[in-house]
Design a protein. Sequence first.
Lengths: 92, 92, 149, 149
Amino acid sequence: MKITVLYFARLKETLKYSTEEIDLTEFMANEGIKVISVLKLKAFLAKRGDQWGKMLMGKLKVRAAINHELVDDHAEIHNGDEVGFFPPVTGG
Amino acid sequence: MKITVLYFARLKETLKYSTEEIDLTEFMANEGIKVISVLKLKAFLAKRGDQWGKMLMGKLKVRAAINHELVDDHAEIHNGDEVGFFPPVTGG
Amino acid sequence: MKIAVQTDDFDVSSELKALQATRKDIGALVSFVGLVRDLNLGAEVSQLTLEHYPELTEKELANIVTAAQARWDLIDATVIHRVGTLNPTDQIVLVVIASAHRGDAFAACEFVMDYLKTEAPFWKKEVTADGERWVDAKDSDDAAKERWS
Amino acid sequence: MKIAVQTDDFDVSSELKALQATRKDIGALVSFVGLVRDLNLGAEVSQLTLEHYPELTEKELANIVTAAQARWDLIDATVIHRVGTLNPTDQIVLVVIASAHRGDAFAACEFVMDYLKTEAPFWKKEVTADGERWVDAKDSDDAAKERWS
């Protein structure tokens, strides 16, 4: 299962990624899961190291969108989805 | 005691007066009063006849201003004052 | 504070720019523009005449803005009210409140409109197919004002 | 409904006139204009950069306006939000609500701003004398949104 992940604002700057393609096939097989939630994807990314854990699983309330719809941590991600992660918004 | 009285909007149109000078000396002497309130002035004017009573003492909530300050019925009128009478406002 | 009663139309952008001209700490500008509607109480309105009590009007509008300034943290305000003959879609009134933050600006702008509607000496006369008629004051406007007391 | 995310500035009067162009039953136009302040959290701001999530932004803004339309009796609405580099006193955002009556327009305009502040994917980065910093979300904005639920 392949997805596209986008990072915005403080996340983009700290993680030094704005977008990436991720193949979750191996991770999901190892975990023995057929579906992956936003929270699970965050946990997967957090394992990459210090900044990743701090940014995605820390005190910053990271929000997510799947295919341009705001979702919560329980939302399921499907093959081909675009997942966006971003910090609390500060527009207006 | 002489005052100037102004009428606005529906009052002006119905009473066919926009402004008049009124000498209240005789009225006040007859009534035995030294000061005259807005309510007393309304009563004085209402005696002029049908439309006057209807407009000033009827169900239309007439408001008053003395020298360009909104006042209530108990406010005292003094020599030389400008008294304005008008119906509920409908601007904006 | 700018208070004006005039027959001329006004331009909202120009008024916003004038308010901003001297201040760099304005974060929020809330504006209300009142327009002549083509329909009132079921009748088509072809024209509107606005009468006022000249010496009292600007004074009363200033009193209302001063009351708003005492209640909220405001930077500046503009109130323009037109008088004379107006047609449907014409602008009647403009209230602009400038503040550092939006909460104060929204509350103050609505407060000024609610008081203007019930305290400022303007009167509307409509021309409809049935002839001319003075517009009656609305209980809902009194109720709107009462919310602030 | 007009929703736009753009780098260009906007003109409030033009937007009001565009909203009015096809309707004669609008009695109230309530507008909010957000400006860049020269001071934020005690530091002088010399510049601001606004980033957004392009595909999500306009969709989310439209969702917010649709929610307002479901809640109040509105005729039309315009939301314009700028992105890119802005300077103090620059206009950031415009929300205009057109309605027959002012109560609906005031409530809806404040509702849209409260949700825009907490739901629309925009992020501000300030340039101050100490360098660049991402602006933190404010609890007061969350509290403002909670009032509507």
